[in-house]
Design a protein around this ligand. Structure first.
Ligand SMILES: NC(=O)c1ccc[n+]([C@@H]2O[C@H](COP(=O)([O-])OP(=O)(O)OC[C@H]3O[C@@H](n4cnc5c(N)ncnc54)[C@H](O)[C@@H]3O)[C@@H](O)[C@H]2O)c1
Length: 593
């Protein structure tokens, strides 16, 4: 007896690319696709639904207002993006595969399955539906003619599954059997090793500005995977810093040239001081000198500093031009590149000038992290840990076991950590893009403490943003415990994990240029943007994986926590925080990052 469960497990083991269902309207691509995806435990995507979401119009309206060629072009890019999503099931529109480029992409990157059903079945299933191609003429004739025209295209599919009167569940079983057979026939080695997906794709879903986040190794060498068709052939402006230029941006510039009309590059000094009015002005003048147009594309290639500055420049030049985020530090890959916060610092406070401006695409190349200094890895890891603490206890548990693999650059551990973090950030941004309902504020876990520490340290490299967050997470966990929420056991787990991977955990580890008191830190917190008329506001952990916003936190409790952490004599000589050079110029803790 054939066991479908066993067959399913083998398909899951052997197939590392999307299953793409093609076929006529009414063939059951959506119903079967959904069921197949559920059976495999994989995501399901309907290319038509993705188009409606991305364009903000029904398929019918796109056809009538923009015409079929325009629709096919949107469909082509949509399917191309979906094909980068790794193992999943994609239901493609009935005519997609008739476009040679789309057909080639599906065959190259997916396993194409033709769901075939008799015309009468198709007629019955499409009765009363709003299909643009069925609006004119008798459905029977239209479907017959269409099938005749498209048969050749459908015949290119790897697998032909015939629906000769089956239930959806039966079709799924048949699909699984045929797919398994195909995989055995076509060398398991090819499927498991050489064709291992080189990219994942997540979507930040916003009303009219949804965008993909690509995660993978070697993505910077393959712009064809992520550079949307409508961004190609335009003038490209790369903004980067001295550290990133030779390592990554020069190579990217070369790879982009065949796709763009021109690609110019500006490099800036690394470091927080670059997020200034002066540098912003220099970037804007450089863009104007280089004849920037409304359809030009800005590529921000670097850490959070470059991402924030270039995003703000893209948001404001000509009232906004397309922006592609290419984060190259762990922190920027898991945090600052996703969510659309862009900006610069004022003389007196961090992130005070900025705009919400969503990128068109985020490209996370994990390979680019391999040249990152250890200290920056740890700083980025603080944000990863933050996501686990505020919303995913299982992820925290996984980090307890695999955190050191992530920090050692193990690609599969890194993929999971970056993907989970981006996924959580995307979900939160989906719910509360502009930090209005409070959901997005949860991302500030550990940041009220962290921002005050950064401000006291002077933004000159003495304390990295992620290091401030790392200490802030410990202090926030202690505060949660002292206020009666977090259990002693959970607090110990948080402290132990942070110390075990080598992250900073106490204020005493910071090499301030002049002594800092708990009262001064408290004063910096009062000036933080998140402190409002309701007094000090913190993100409190109820448990590991469960956080909430708490206004009016008693200052004496906070003060005691600061005093204790400042007075950890055993940690004061730690090497974790390296002294920076020059005095910092920003006195206030500033806005949330
Ligand atoms: N917009 C947001 O939502 C948000 C969120 C968090 C943080 N931020 C901001 O991000 C900034 C911090 O970002 P960051 O931690 O990435 O710092 P960063 O941009 O200063 O980068 C850190 C250092 O790493 C270097 N670098 C970058 N990529 C490298 C690579 N691949 N190999 C070697 N060196 C590399 C940089 O040149 C720099 O010296 C802060 O300004 C913070 O306010 C913004």
């Amino acid at each position: 007896m054939i066991e479908i469960e066993h067959c399913r497990d083998e398909v899951k083991k052997l197939l590392r690319r999307p299953i793409v269902l093609v076929g006529m309207m009414g063939a059951g691509k959506t119903t079967v696709g959904r069921l197949l995806a559920t059976t495999l435990g994989w995501p399901f995507y309907d290319s038509d639904d993705e188009i409606v979401r991305n364009v903000g119009k029904s398929i019918s309206d796109i056809f009538s207002e923009d015409g079929e060629p325009a629709f096919r072009e949107i469909e082509r890019t949509t399917i191309k993006h979906l094909l980068a999503a790794g193992p999943c099931v994609i239901s493609s529109g009935g005519g997609g595969i008739t476009i040679p480029e789309t057909a080639q992409a599906i065959k190259d990157r997916g396993l194409c399955v033709w769901l075939d059903a008799p015309v009468q079945v198709l007629v019955d299933r499409t009765k009363g539906t709003d299909r643009p191609l069925l609006k004119h003429g008798n459905a029977d004739d239209v479907l017959k003619n269409l099938l005749e025209k498209r048969k050749l295209a459908y015949g290119q599919a790897h697998i032909h599954v015939l629906d000769d009167g089956l239930t959806p569940q039966q079709i799924v079983s048949r699909c699984l059997l045929q797919i398994r057979e195909y995989l055995y026939m076509h060398s398991a080695k090819n499927e498991t090793e050489e064709n291992t997906p080189d990219a994942l794709c997540l979507t930040v879903t916003l009303p009219d500005r949804s965008y993909p986040i690509f995660i993978g190794s070697g993505l910077l060498k393959q712009p064809d995977l992520w550079l949307a068709h409508d961004l190609q052939g335009k003038n490209g402006f790369i903004i980067t810093d001295y550290n990133v230029r030779e390592r990554l941006a020069d190579g990217l510039q070369e790879k982009l040239r065949p796709y763009m009309r021109s690609v110019t590059m500006m490099e800036l000094p690394p470091g927080e001081q670059t997020k200034s009015f002066d540098r912003y002005q220099a970037v804007i003048e450089w863009m104007i000198d280089n004849n920037i147009k409304r359809d030009s594309v800005v590529f921000g290639v670097g850490g959070g500093v470059i991402g924030d500055l270039s995003g703000f420049a893209a948001a404001t030049i000509l009232r906004g031009v397309p922006f592609v985020q290419i984060p190259t530090t762990l922190l920027s890959q898991v945090d600052s590149s996703v969510g659309g916060k862009t900006g610069i610092n004022s003389q007196s406070a961090k992130n005070m000038v900025g705009a919400f401006y969503q990128p068109r695409t985020v490209v996370i190349d994990l390979e680019s992290l391999m040249t990152l200094p250890k200290r920056e890895w740890l700083a980025g890891y603080a944000e990863i840990l933050k996501y686990s603490l505020l919303g995913d206890a299982d992820f925290f548990e996984w980090l307890e076991e695999h955190g050191s693999d992530v920090l050692d650059g193990d690609i599969s551990a890194l993929t999971r950590a970056v993907e989970t973090s981006c996924h959580m950030k995307a979900e939160i941004v989906n719910q509360d893009e502009r930090e209005e309902s409070g959901t997005r504020a949860l991302l500030n876990l550990g940041h009220t403490f962290g921002h005050a520490l950064e401000a006291a340290a002077g933004y000159d490299g003495t304390l990295l943003h992620g290091e401030g967050v790392s200490i802030g997470l410990v202090l926030a966990a202690r505060l949660s415990h002292d206020l009666g929420y977090l259990s002693a056991e959970d607090l110990t787990r948080v402290e132990n994990h942070i110390r075990s991977v080598g992250m900073m955990s106490e204020i005493a580890q910071i090499k301030f240029k002049a002594p800092v008191t708990a009262a001064e830190l408290l004063e910096l917190m009062r000036m933080d943007k998140k402190a409002d008329v309701h007094g000090l506001k913190f993100i409190i952990l109820k448990h590991i994986g469960d956080a909430e916003i708490m206004p009016n936190v008693p200052e004496d409790v906070v003060l005691k926590i600061l005093e204790d952490s400042l007075a950890k004599p055993d940690l004061a000589k730690s090497d974790s925080a390296k002294s920076g050079n020059g005095a910092g110029s920003l006195g206030r803790a500033g806005a949330s990052s």
